[in-house]
Design a protein around this ligand. Structure first.
Ligand code: PSU
Ligand code: MN
Length: 321
């Protein structure tokens, strides 16, 4: 079977109706379900994210791939199937692996890059995730480095550069080289804005320790800035970073302290490529005694709620509500 991305879409009727009427819709990714979190937290967070989008007055559209079709909007049985699939049976689909995902049978989960491709084809402009992928530690080598540069830079960053969309997240994942990730986004013309604080949110921690390039005080201002960005037609996404809720956050120092040793352990264990991010998230869950999972689930749901509010504000601007 062949066909364009648009030919491959199976859009849930509720999502299609909302899009046709200009009502707010929020895309949600599925790799965090299949590869990012353990069961049962993964399916709980998927359901809670959808509920949070609805509470904000928008329609959730979780994206995944099954049997050659890109599903935009999953029912509860599909969420459960993705969350309970045997380890290794769900492919992690990013832009480079999208073709493989669409030409095999069974389930593939979509990362930020693949979800953006699907959302754009479906006409969805607001997308919530936990943390974007970025430049991995060691990707660039460095002066005096004993190991060669790995060049492991997430395809999420290139997608953000080429797909006009609003991505709501809690900042680049702390497992990454966050300063290098920010430089990459700057080079590729992707605005990054912190919501409600000056510091760039640090994924499972409130602060990454670096200042965000821009910040806005509230959701209304984030929606305003995002609408202005999309209207300019520059072609890139805008990344809105929302700090993890206070009661679930890891202390900033803890989040930063666990990341470097975990990256070192992954290297010693020979973990590279698409397996690296899931491995690091699982390792940090163990190191923090589960605290990182609590933070990760809370921030994902919080991002979904905020994305719903932004989508709602945008559709009010266009007069659909
Ligand atoms: N956010 C989370 N957990 C995750 C991810 C994001 O809270 O597991 C996933 C996203 O799908 C993101 C991917 O696109 O990790 C990045 O993987 P990589 O570094 O291999 O590009
Ligand atoms: Mn990678």
């Amino acid at each position: 079977m062949t066909g364009s991305i648009a030919d491959r879409l199976s859009i849930q009727p509720e999502v299609a109706a909302a899009l046709a009427a200009g009502r707010p819709v929020v895309a949600l990714e599925s790799t965090l379900i299949s590869h990012g979190l353990p069961y049962p937290q993964n399916v709980e967070v998927a359901r809670a994210s959808e509920a949070a989008v609805r509470e904000s007055g928008a329609v959730p559209a979780t994206v995944a791939i099954r049997d050659g079709r890109i599903l935009v909007g999953l029912d509860d049985a599909a969420l459960e199937a993705l969350a309970t699939a045997p380890a290794g049976s769900v492919l992690k689909a990013a832009r480079p692996s999208l073709t493989a995902a669409l030409t095999r049978r069974g389930w593939s989960a979509t990362t930020v890059s693949a979800t953006m491709i699907a959302a754009r084809a479906a006409g969805i402009t607001v997308f919530a995730t936990g943390g974007i992928g970025g430049v991995h530690r060691g990707a660039l080598g460095g002066p005096g480095a004993t190991e060669p540069a790995t060049f492991d830079i997430s395809s999420d960053l290139e997608e953000l550069a080429r797909t006009p969309m609003i991505i709501v997240c809690a900042g680049p994942k702390a497992i990454l080289d966050v300063p290098a990730t920010m430089e990459y986004l700057e080079t590729r013309g992707v605005p990054v804005v912190a919501l409600g604080q000056e510091d760039l949110p640090g994924f499972t921690a409130r602060s990454s320790g670096i200042r965000a390039p821009w910040s806005v005080p509230d959701v209304a201002a984030a929606a305003e800035l995002s609408a202005a960005h999309l209207a300019l037609g520059l072609g890139s996404a805008i990344v809105v970073c929302v700090p993890v809720p206070v009661d679930a956050a890891l202390p900033d120092a803890v989040a930063r302290a666990v990341a470097a040793p975990a990256a070192g352990e992954a290297d010693v264990a020979g973990v590279h490529g698409p397996a690296l991010t899931p491995w690091l998230l699982a390792r940090i869950a163990v190191i923090t005694g589960g605290a990182s999972v609590r933070a990760n689930t809370a921030l994902i749901v919080n991002d979904a709620r905020t994305a719903g509010q932004i989508a709602r504000a945008l559709s009010r601007r266009t007069g659909a509500e």
